[in-house]
Every structure is written in structure tokens, then in C-alpha cells.
Design a protein around this ligand. Sequence first.
Ligand SMILES: [Zn+2]
Ligand SMILES: [Zn+2]
Length: 146
Amino acid sequence: MTSKSLHGEIENRLVEHELRYTSARKSVVAALITSDGPLSASELHDEFGGSVPLSSIYRSLVVLEETGILAPHLGTKGLTRYELAEWLRGHHHHFVCIDCGAVEDVAVDDTHERSVDAMVNEISSRVAFTPINHALEIEGRCARCA
Ligand SMILES: [Zn+2]
Ligand SMILES: [Zn+2]
């Protein structure tokens, strides 16, 4: 989806909930569209150079999560970061740095995605669990920390 159509989809979703696409909500979404991974409230605050108050960033994150526009990503150190939900951003996985905590999106090609699905199906079938989706976290050290 282009950035323009993403904003359109998001505005429609908010309107369905009788909510407005305020400038703070737009700023949060715009930052997450261009980001290469999930961002926390304070990372967004830095991104905006302090131009959007932290309190309105927090309120925007709550509303955008409640309406299914954002999905939380729970970091290893208890920090919650947010990203666009899968219906907007597409299916992907994450690299998580165990030293600095940075989280980066990684798109997996179809061949590898099929192998992951096959493994998930096999593991689930042993315990009569019906898999619907999966999320792969690859933990290690990012280029800066390696
Ligand atoms: Zn790192
Ligand atoms: Zn996958």
C-alpha cells in the first residue's frame, strides 16, 4: 500500500469508530510508515524533535491500538513498541538486538515463509492446536552492537 492509501484506510477505520484522524495520530502513523521497525512512545517523541507532547503520543497510541490500526511489540526489557498492524504493513518478522534492544522488520521471501509455515503446522498438529498466524523473533546483535 502507498503511504497515501495507508492514511486513507486508517482514516476510514477511525471514522467507523466515530473518531477523528487528528494531527497527533497522523504524525504517529506517518513516522511508523517510514520506520524500519516498531517504535516506542519515547522513540516517536525523539523522532518528532519534541514537537508532539509525549502525553498526546501516548493517547494516540492507545486509540490507534484499540481500533486495530497499531499492534504492540513487547520488547525483551519490558518496553512496548508499536507498528502498523499486519493488514496495513503486511506480514513480516523481527530482528531483535539483545544489547541495545533495537527492533527491525525483516521480510521473509515466499520459499522461507513456506518452510516456516510447514514447521509451525507440524509442531501445532502434535498438540491439536490450530495455527492461524506466527511471528518470528530473531534475537542477536545488530550491526552497531556486533
Ligand atoms: Zn544493538
Ligand atoms: Zn512469517
